[in-house]
Design a protein around this ligand. Structure first.
Ligand SMILES: C[S@@+](CC[C@H](N)C(=O)[O-])C[C@H]1O[C@@H](n2cnc3c(N)ncnc32)[C@H](O)[C@@H]1O
Length: 257
């Protein structure tokens, strides 16, 4: 991947180019990338790109690298939005914009708003949006949860992959994650649910009756989330959807009509 990146070709092309000579400049660039990789820097940051939901996204160290598990969240969102009628959704903590862009790509009648507290992340998200030709249907707003939205703004569906790592869990994370990815994108208080608490309690004010809140969560958080949802008394019974490795991963909960 690193060599293909340096030579601006596809990986498959390298097999056909086995007798090509690499220029001294490309060799130096390649060597520098390999050196960075041996220090643990993720390949996605080195090549500035990551595939998610079969779409290419620009990434840099100000955004989380989109994860395969999050594709489950996107599928659940797409299936709840109408195929051929208008709908409106909100992506909370958009990072690279991957979730909002994948949803809008698959639901051509949907419009969306994507928020993040990080201005640097939003710059990346806006570039990804333009690259995927979705500027007319997606809006990016710097906002702490809903604070930057108009008070009357409502959505059919809210989707979020919020930070959900517990404070004490941080040191146990893979060095490739904790040494390179933004901590503010991953960690959220003692039990990892600081942002979730706000999301679950404030979302019913922002979702049309009968609309959905969908959010990705971490290991051992099902019972805590079930309890948070029940306490609001504003939602129907939650569903917990598993990821491909059979771990509960996505909370799907509908606001009472
Ligand atoms: C786990 S990352 C998810 C990024 C992207 N949605 C994805 O799935 O690849 C969480 C994102 O939430 C953002 N965030 C953290 N606290 C927030 C808040 N209070 N309001 C809005 N966004 C927040 C972070 O900056 C980060 O981009």
């Amino acid at each position: 991947m690193l060599l293909a990146h340096v030579l601006s070709c596809e990986r498959i092309d390298l097999y056909a180019m086995y007798d090509a000579e690499v220029t001294p400049g490309d060799r130096t660039t390649f060597r520098d990338l390999v050196r960075e990789r041996t220090k643990g820097k993720p390949v996605a940051y080195l090549v500035g790109m990551r595939e998610f939901y079969s779409l290419d996204f620009e990434v840099n160290p100000s955004v989380l690298i989109p994860r395969p598990e999050t594709e489950v969240l996107v599928s659940e969102a797409i299936h709840r939005l109408p195929v051929d009628a208008p709908s409106r959704f909100l992506d909370v903590g958009t990072g690279s914009g991957a979730i909002a862009i994948a949803i809008a790509h698959h639901r051509p009648h949907a419009t969306g708003v994507a928020v993040d507290v990080s201005a640097a992340a939003l710059e990346v998200a806006r570039r990804n949006c333009t690259k995927h030709k979705l500027d007319e249907r997606l809006t990016f707003v710097e906002s702490d949860l809903f604070a930057g939205l108009a008070p009357e703004d409502r959505f059919d569906l809210i989707v979020s992959n919020p930070p959900y790592v517990r404070e004490e869990e941080w040191t146990t994370l893979d060095p490739e994650v904790k040494n390179f990815e933004p901590r503010s994108a991953l960690e959220s208080g003692v039990d990892g649910l600081d942002l979730f608490r706000r999301l679950i309690s404030e979302s019913p004010n922002r979702i049309h009756p009968g609309g959905w809140l969908l959010a990705e969560f971490g290991i051992n958080q099902v019972d805590l989330l079930r309890d948070l949802v029940a306490r609001t008394e504003l939602y129907e019974n939650p569903l917990f959807v598993e990821d491909d490795s059979r771990k509960p991963r996505v909370l799907c909960v509908r606001v009472k009509s």
